[in-house]
Design a protein around this ligand. Structure first.
Ligand code: NFE
Length: 469
């Protein structure tokens, strides 16, 4: 038996350590460990409730809009606010741009180095191996050119955020009650122009590249599978979400019941044990805790570990999403020769990101045309003396929740459970491994397992800055 530690395993927002034990060509045991503590929830205690939105957006520079959105939904709930339609559209447009940036970033700059020879991608953080590279030289060259073109697309997507959100990262616009800024006609035109270019890139470059990779590495639709899927849904408009919320447990779809969310700490470096609802969590760091092996906690839904992210969103939307989505997803799954059951796999997650990037980009074009530049974008608010709120959305990497309790017009308690917390969680109080650990365990590997483990773990696009608060 060999034991290998890969630390850090991520190419972005580091600090994820993965340990695998390989015996007879199979990963028998896997442990995921988050190696930093942040304390952002503690910083919020005693502050003005509106600080929650400004501070939590700084949890992460990759998905700040996710936290901006979740915090605003959380405060909308606590303050009893319903943003006007225009405000909802603008929130979705700003947040959608962050999604597009994320998915292009992940496919080209974080995942492709796992599949192309290191020398083909100048400047890429390579995994240090050229093993198992399956594209022909001309294809490799073309993908390397697209790798550079993707940098330009990411710049344009960030400009979209800045156009309506003020700046990127850490927008100034998404706030409780709506948004702070009503764009001018010129800004809408600038947004439309850039968005069209990004849609063209997704349709003409990203999707074909994705399908090429899916063909060459088709066996990766069988690797890195997880059982249960969970999504909070995202992009609300007039009470409906573009991606619906829901869970698939044991292969069966069920609507989301947020009352079934618990977060455990039995193998995390915090004092205490047991799993509690997010509003009731009160924990102290305990780096010497016996049995602890991560700063990441263990969120569970109905007591089960759940994979969150693109595979969950696409699988749920295939069951209860709009017809237009089912057509896009059905076509691309067919072209890739994959079934919906293969979405939760190393290659399935990449495919799911491509499917939703296309769907979100087209929805953004529609939302843009629905903006009314003379209508209000926000409602007024008053801070209650007491209250509590819940803000659930899906970040690019999966289900994201913010919870607030207000007392004496101040934050008494704030809780964040991020997508990577779900995916990279350690074992729970029953000893059940977290989703990434499950995805690794039982995988047949060619050599020491580093190649397969890297491809599987990175397919989740883990972000450790988000995973630990
Ligand atoms: Ni730091 Fe994030 C996303 C959130 S991942 S990137 O997407 O929330 O846990």
């Amino acid at each position: 038996m060999s034991r290998i530690t890969i630390d850090p395993i991520t190419r972005i927002e580091g600090h994820l350590r993965v340990e695998i034990e390989v015996e007879d060509g199979v990963i028998r045991e896997a442990r995921c460990s988050g190696a930093l503590y942040r304390g952002i929830e503690r910083i919020l205690e005693g502050r003005h409730p509106l600080d929650a939105q400004r501070i939590t957006t700084r949890i992460c520079g990759v998905c700040p809009l996710a936290h901006s959105t979740a915090a605003s939904l959380c405060l909308d709930d606590a303050l009893g606010l319903s943003p006007p339609r225009n405000g909802q559209l603008l929130r979705n447009l700003i947040y959608g741009a962050n999604y597009l940036h994320n998915h292009v970033l992940h496919f080209y700059h974080l995942a492709l180095p796992d599949y192309l020879p290191a020398r083909a991608l100048p400047g890429a953080l390579s995994p240090g191996t050229d093993e198992d590279r399956r594209t022909f030289r001309e294809e490799t060259q073309e993908l390397a050119e697209h790798y550079l073109e993707a940098l330009e697309m990411r710049r344009k997507a960030q400009e979209l955020v800045a156009l309506f959100g003020g700046k990127m990262p850490h927008d100034m616009s998404i706030v409780p009650g709506g948004v702070t800024y009503r764009p001018t006609l010129g800004e809408v035109a600038a947004f439309r122009f850039r968005l069209r270019e990004i849609v063209g890139f997704i349709e003409g470059t990203y999707i074909p590249d994705l399908l090429l990779l899916a063909e060459r590495y088709h066996d990766y639709f069988e690797l890195g599978k997880v059982g249960n899927l969970l999504t909070f849904g995202c992009f609300p408009l007039e009470g409906e979400r573009l991606f619906p919320a829901g869970a698939i447990l044991g292969g069966e779809y069920m609507p989301l019941d947020p009352g079934e969310i618990r977060e455990g700490i039995s193998h995390s470096w915090y004092s205490g044990d047991g799993a509690v609802p997010p509003w009731e969590e009160e924990v102290e760091p305990d780096p010497d805790k016996e049995g602890g092996y991560s700063w990441i906690k263990s969120p569970r839904y109905r007591g089960e570990p759940c994979e969150v992210g693109p595979a969950a969103r696409v699988a749920v939307a295939l069951q209860v999403g709009p017809q237009e989505f089912r057509e896009i997803a059905g076509d691309l799954l067919r072209e890739a020769g994959a079934s919906p059951g293969a979405l939760s796999s190393a290659m399935g997650r990449h495919l799911a990101r491509g499917i939703e990037a296309l769907f979100i980009a087209r929805a953004m074009e529609r939302w843009l045309s629905e903006l009314d530049l003379s209508a209000p974008v926000a409602v007024e608010y008053r801070i209650p003396v007491e209250g509590r709120g819940e803000g659930l959305t899906d970040a690019p990497r999966g289900a994201l929740g913010h919870w607030i309790r207000i007392q004496g017009k101040r934050i008494a308690h704030y809780q964040v459970i991020s997508p990577t917390t779900w995916n990279a969680s350690p074992r729970d109080e029953r000893g059940v491994p977290g989703p990434i650990e499950q995805a690794l365990q039982g995988t047949r590997v060619q050599g020491d397992g580093i190649l397969e483990a890297g491809r599987i773990v990175r397919s989740f696009d883990p972000c450790l800055a988000c995973a630990i608060q």
